[in-house]
Unconditional design. Sequence first.
Length: 328
Amino acid sequence: MRKEIKKIMSLVLAVAVVLGVSACGNTQSGKEVYKIGVSQFADHPSLDNCYKGFAEGLKQEGFEEGKNLEIELQSAKADTATASQIAQNFANGGKDLVCGIATVSAQTLYAACYEKGIPVVFNAISDPIIAKIAKSETEPMEGITGVSDRLPVEAQLKLIRSILPNAKKIGILYTTSEANSVSTIKTYKDLASKYGFEIVEKGIGTQAEIPQATDILLNEVDCISNMTDNTVVVALSVILEKANAKNIPVFGSEEEQVANGCVASAGLDYYALGIQAGKIAARVLKGEDISKIPFETLKESKISVNQKAASQLGIIIPKEVLDSAEAK
């Protein structure tokens, strides 16, 4: 009888083990495999660096693709409807966590994933409070947190004044429906007089309006300061071509824009921004409650200079700027 019972117990245990392995589809080499969906609103170097940094931040915390992590990256190609579709697909796709790179992607992910209890980490959002994905700098909203790319506007104004001592008017192109851009322009206006500048803004609704808007703006300003407005950044080559033809310098908001032809920037390191978001995602995967993690801001500015672009415009970069800058 004992032998029969032993056989039955052994059989039950074997079945349980098989069922356990079958039920846990998220295993690889004995480790759980976490599935993350990343929605990137547009394709340009700044956001590309955000994604690369995000994956690196996760890796630094022990979550690596091919081992215990699967990341699905989707681009909305700067289209809100596509971002919403990506969000719905992720919400229904069994993701353990999702990441929204840029405002629209984060907002659509939150709308689609909140009810399903899927945590959302945002990245590259200038003002999460205005975007309604954070209550305050110290109080997160339920189910979402991340990293802000709030621009160091004062450092940018100081840089422009150092390079263009006689400039009076700074032009800014922005998307009128982009809450973060509206917020950043307000900061520019609040600080401009401190450095002897006047801000001339020109709003656009779609990327197709940028060429004409740029032409109008260039007739009114001494230089252009570009922000992280994704619709505008995607069309940076158009803006640069028109500005260079009129010998008007364009200042970027981060190093990739400088590498692509802007004169200089006191901007952000988007790879570092991504790493910071990846580390937050890792905290959530390790079990920390995302609803208790306030969003963070990358506060350090990084000066980048494109001496070739400056030389072509007849601009001499001051030594004190070069000494603190990274050449592109």
